[in-house]
Design a protein around this ligand. Structure first.
Ligand code: MG
Length: 251
């Protein structure tokens, strides 16, 4: 079971969401649509303008609203992510969890013209293949490198430092992977750590949130939003500014 945080105030919205998804799953099954990841990739390739990241984003949003829910960062939370990318010069970005490439396109679109780059780590080889196809359709392959494997295995192989990290993979891994990035010296001074879904996974992410909100070398801001493709379920994004700590405790 997905460890979402259900309160009395959002239980009805989750029930409505679950019933709608059940209907959509059954509809996809009986129409032979295949996996939603493959389906959205084909939808992008058939409908989005080649080389136009904005068109790719809009087409993925359209698919998620009309056909199947996709765990993309979406429009409202995407704005928070894009704001964290603003800065002088080329931005080196790292993403934990590519899924189908939505946020890779969103990030790539912002940083490509300033010579920035994105390394995206994705556990599922199938999702990574879909993300590569979507990124390629958007014309962003030159600045987006999607690597297959767990973040735990991949992070030690990274080189240099990152200015922005977007964390959107397994919720249990947010804190250990952030600590890994810190202890391996992979963060630039002033790095922005953007964590998705801190509302709907509030309980699972409680230790992550406590860490970024209380550590002396982090300055953290919470952005209350709606969940992607929902106008009623509450979610949130946490943006934490990282400074080199005086003394980093290894865990
Ligand atoms: Mg997410």
């Amino acid at each position: 079971m997905i460890p979402i945080t259900i309160h009395r105030r959002n239980a009805l919205q989750w029930l409505q969401f679950g019933l709608m998804e059940l209907f959509r799953v059954l509809r996809a099954f009986f129409s032979g649509a295949g996996s939603r990841e493959l389906s959205v990739t084909r939808y992008v390739e058939a409908n989005a303008t080649v080389g136009d990241p904005e068109s790719v984003i809009e087409t993925m949003d359209e698919y998620a609203l009309k056909h199947r829910f996709l765990m993309n960062v979406g429009e409202e939370k995407g704005e928070v992510l894009v704001n964290a990318l603003q800065g002088e010069g080329p931005t080196r970005c790292l993403e934990l969890g590519a899924y189908c490439g939505y946020s890779a396109v969103l990030i790539g679109k912002e940083i490509a013209l300033k010579g920035g780059s994105l390394t995206s780590l994705e556990l599922s080889p199938k999702n990574a293949e879909m993300a590569r196809r979507v990124v390629d359709h958007a014309g962003l392959t030159p600045c987006v490198d999607i690597r297959v494997g767990s973040a735990k295995e991949q992070i030690p192989m990274l080189e240099g430092t990152f200015d922005v990290v977007f964390i959107d993979h397994w919720k249990d891994d947010y804190l250990p992977d952030l600590r890994r990035l810190e202890t391996l010296g992979l963060l630039s001074p002033g790095a922005r750590i953007v964590a998705d879904n801190v509302g709907i996974f509030e309980n699972t992410l409680s230790e992550y949130l406590e860490y970024v909100r209380t550590a002396e070398h982090m300055e953290s801001t919470h952005y209350a939003t709606r969940m992607e493709y929902s106008d009623s379920i509450e979610d949130g994004v946490e943006v934490s500014i990282w400074s080199p700590p005086a003394r980093l405790e290894l865990t």
